[in-house]
Design a protein around this ligand. Structure first.
Ligand SMILES: [Zn+2]
Ligand SMILES: [Zn+2]
Length: 348
């Protein structure tokens, strides 16, 4: 399988993708390249270092690659498509992991830089009480990782058909007589419904709650997939196929379709649905990589995390509680409450 590093045309150092400028920079000579400049440069010379490596499989799960820069061995999971060499820290793209069925059609490149992500993490932590300080120590914050995660999106068009019965009741009085009028309607609603951009996480080992908690991405701003966007980040490929997501998504779609048709019955009273069905569903699936900043923290065998949408900055997190601080505050409240009760007791 091929191992890629993007080389600087000026000095031969490795290039990384820079979210703030959407350009590539060289950390050694500080050169800056737009995608088009790099495309011209790489067509003229061999600036993408591409090595065919013999990969070894260990216990069926971990694969070993050789770093093109220093020759060290790099172990990866079978879903990892971009990572760093642990020794020379050069960014490495495992291009073979992104071919064929595993080739995403679209990507949203990172828009938020690591520095910006750190700032937002600290201000988010600042708004929470009782978090243990080692969760946000400088050494811990340095572990904040930019990872492209695989997602599926589904656009669906379908016909929905609903039969319902409504009873509208009107009551009025004239002299001493009460009149009741009941009108019964047989209602038929038929509609074509389009739903777009229903998104699902496509990686088993990731925590779905975390990755679905930072949705939505602005999918209008996707780009065609290009391996260069992965330079300097980590990336994972999918191991959940669309077929396994369809039953759950179809149920969600039917729920939306039913509520859209029901919304048209608002002028009626006492509605009972007699039948509801959908048919002619047309599905358009897209497999894409989306940017997420992640920080995880192990505490008493539990994993806590901070995740931030690398495009919009939306945050989702599960935080450890700082028990000692919490106890002091609770004790404080208890003392105040006791003092108040005593005071009120004294007044009575
Ligand atoms: Zn350079
Ligand atoms: Zn290396």
């Amino acid at each position: 399988m091929s191992v890629l590093t993007y080389k600087c045309p000026n000095c031969g150092g490795y290039l990384v993708f820079e979210p703030e400028t959407q350009h590539y920079t060289c950390p050694y000579c500080l050169s800056d390249f737009a995608q088009t400049e790099l495309d011209t440069a790489t067509s003229e010379s061999e600036d993408i270092q591409d090595t065919e490596e013999n990969t070894q499989e260990q216990e069926g799960q971990v694969l070993i690659y050789t770093c093109p820069s220093c020759g060290a061995e790099i172990a990866t999971d079978t879903t990892t498509a971009a990572t760093f060499c642990y020794y020379c820290h050069n960014p490495i793209v495992l291009s073979g992991r992104l071919s064929g069925e595993q080739m995403p059609s679209l990507i949203i490149p990172f828009q938020i830089s690591k520095e910006e992500a750190k700032k937002r993490f600290l201000s988010w932590i600042g708004s929470k009480a009782y978090v243990p300080p080692d969760f946000y120590s400088p050494a811990q914050i340095e572990k904040l990782s930019g990872i492209y995660f695989p997602y599926w999106t589904l656009d669906c068009t379908l016909q929905a058909d609903m039969h319902a019965t409504a009873r509208n009741v009107r009551i009025w009085h004239s002299h001493d007589i009460e009149y009741t009028e009941t009108k019964t309607y047989a209602i038929h609603r038929l509609g074509e419904i389009s739903l777009t951009e229903l998104s699902r996480n496509a990686l088993t080992k990731s925590q779905s709650k975390m990755l679905e908690g930072i949705l939505p991405f602005d999918l209008k701003k996707t780009c065609s997939f290009h391996l260069g966007y992965l330079a300097g980040f980590q990336a994972e490929v999918k191991d959940i196929e669309k077929e396994s997501l369809l039953p759950e998504l179809q149920e969600e779609i039917n729920g939306y379709a039913k509520s859209l048709l029901s919304d048209t019955l608002a002028s009626h009273q006492h509605i009972t649905t007699d039948s509801f069905q959908t048919y002619n569903a047309q599905h358009i699936w897209k497999y894409l990589l989306l940017p997420v900043w992640i920080l995880t923290y192990q505490h008493r065998s539990k994993t806590y995390y901070f995740a931030m949408n690398g495009q919009t900055g939306e945050i989702c997190g599960r935080l450890p509680l700082y028990k000692r601080k919490l106890f002091f505050t609770c004790a404080g409240i208890f003392v105040v409450v006791t003092a108040l009760i005593t005071l009120i007791g004294g007044l009575l």
